[in-house]
Design a protein around this ligand. Structure first.
Ligand code: MN
Length: 250
């Protein structure tokens, strides 16, 4: 069972998160207000694929009323021989576990896709002690990621390694390649962007250079094409898009 925490405690842990963002322009959740489903016994985890200045995967584990967060540049690997760098970043609100959308400007500007979601449980007892020690063993039960994993701190800075343990859920397939899409909207980055305005970054693209810049340009072009198709095929598709947006609470 997750440790009980007060709203105030969680709010305090989110100070850094809030300080970095302007919620007048960012669609991201702002505070620790979250209603836990009474049927849910295990804490949640999620992975967000985030096309920002650099493409990366944000790995988040629910603990103490917030989401502990690590930015994983290459994303998780099912191969136990791969040690994926995971930079420990600021705690995020629990509601972030459902977030998917376009951040038009400011911190994290780009496209956020909910790439995986499920529940997790620690395998080496007390989570706070494991974090302090720099070795957190846990099991994931998500759509894409399952089985036993470990996060190990490499030094005194914020860098950790995310490693898959050898079990039935380990393997050689590249999970980011074979399962690239959203577990929420089931589409890709272009589908998410096409729900909004593909010209959102007319003057100020979040990623310009390198592989991430090239990917973003491709995604923008694809989103524009999807919107053009939608408009050509009349208002039925358009209202479906609006309905989807309404359901996702925006
Ligand atoms: Mn991120």
């Amino acid at each position: 069972m997750p440790r009980r925490t007060t709203r105030g405690e969680a709010e305090k842990r989110l100070e850094k998160y809030r300080a970095k963002r302007d919620f007048a322009t960012s669609p991201e959740p702002a505070d620790a207000t979250h209603r836990r489903s009474s049927r849910r016994k295990k804490p949640i985890f999620c992975v967000q694929k985030h096309l920002a200045t650099q493409l990366h995967y944000d790995f988040r584990l629910e603990h103490a009323g917030v989401l502990l967060s690590w930015a994983v540049p290459k994303g998780p690997s099912l191969n136990p021989d791969d040690k994926r760098l995971a930079m420990h970043v600021e705690d995020h609100p629990l509601d972030y576990a459902d977030f998917e959308g376009v951040i038009p400007e400011g911190y994290g500007a780009g496209i956020v896709m909910l790439w995986d979601k499920g529940t997790w449980e620690p395998e080496n007892g007390n989570v706070d002690k494991a974090l302090e020690k720099g070795e957190l063993k846990f099991r994931l039960d998500g759509t894409k990621l399952k089985g036993s994993w470990v996060l190990v701190r490499t030094g005194r800075d914020r860098s950790w390694l995310l490693i898959k343990h050898r079990d039935d859920w380990a393997g050689e397939i590249d999970v980011t390649e074979v399962a690239p899409d959203s577990v929420k909207s089931f589409g890709d980055f272009a589908d998410i962007l096409a729900q909004e305005k593909p010209d959102v970054w007319k003057s100020h693209m979040p990623a310009r250079g390198g592989a991430s810049g090239a990917l973003l340009r491709k995604v923008i072009a694809e989103a524009a094409e999807k919107i053009a198709q939608r408009e050509k095929h009349g208002p039925a598709r358009k209202s479906a898009g609006r309905r989807r947006r309404k359901e996702s609470g925006r």
